[in-house]
Write a protein that binds this ligand. Structure first.
Ligand code: ZN
Length: 195
């Protein structure tokens, strides 16, 4: 049921709406210095989706303070940090890589995700994700505890809803605090933003 989402226009529209709402909240809150936040989006060229859907994902919502010039980037369900692949692809492809048997088994190859990229994501879920402040704080809320060896599939299983769109978007909302404030490790130079 999840495997159709990377090609589902209504799912892309839903994620865009969630990010637009979040960006409004970020802008309305203003800068810590009291300044006004002006729109200063980052252009993105997302990988892992059909070209006609990419227009929903061609920028990351960000702002710049008119007083102190500080950057303020809104949390996102569309992009997981600086990765060029969509967050939904990072979750779904990694879930299959981790042995989940739901949906199409060849999702990653269909979306042109190289095996070495999948391997890098697998290591990130297994090593870096479980050490993030988000996971250290939130993991206790899952009973029984989430099987870290099967992340992210084991986490996605915990978001229960009548439809796949809601389940995946709820999980993307859960991890979206990781998309700001450089909590994610920076991609290595040789990765050239391709992770
Ligand atoms: Zn400011």
């Amino acid at each position: 049921m999840f495997h159709t989402l990377p090609e589902d226009p209504s799912f892309f529209a839903l994620l865009l709406k969630i990010d637009q709402d979040q960006a409004k909240l970020t802008q309305a809150a203003g800068c810590a210095c009291g300044g006004r936040l002006d729109r200063a989006n980052y252009p993105r060229k997302p990988r892992g989706c059909r070209i006609e859907l990419a227009s929903n994902f061609n920028c990351r919502f960000s702002f710049c303070c008119d007083a102190c010039r500080k950057r303020m980037t809104a949390m996102s369900v569309r992009f997981l940090g600086r990765r060029v692949y969509l967050a939904l692809v990072v979750v779904l492809s990694s879930s299959r890589h981790a042995g989940s048997n739901s949906g199409a088994p060849r999702l990653a190859s269909r979306l042109d995700v190289p095996l070495r990229t999948l391997e890098r994501w697998r290591v990130w879920w297994a090593d870096a994700f479980i050490r993030t402040p988000l996971w250290l704080v939130e993991r206790g809320a899952f009973m029984p505890s989430v099987d870290c060896a099967r992340l992210p599939a084991s986490l996605l299983e915990r978001f229960v809803a009548p439809d796949a769109q809601t389940r995946l978007s709820d999980m993307l909302r859960f991890v979206r605090p990781l998309t700001v404030r450089l909590i994610l490790p920076q991609p290595q130079a040789r990765a050239n933003h391709a992770s």
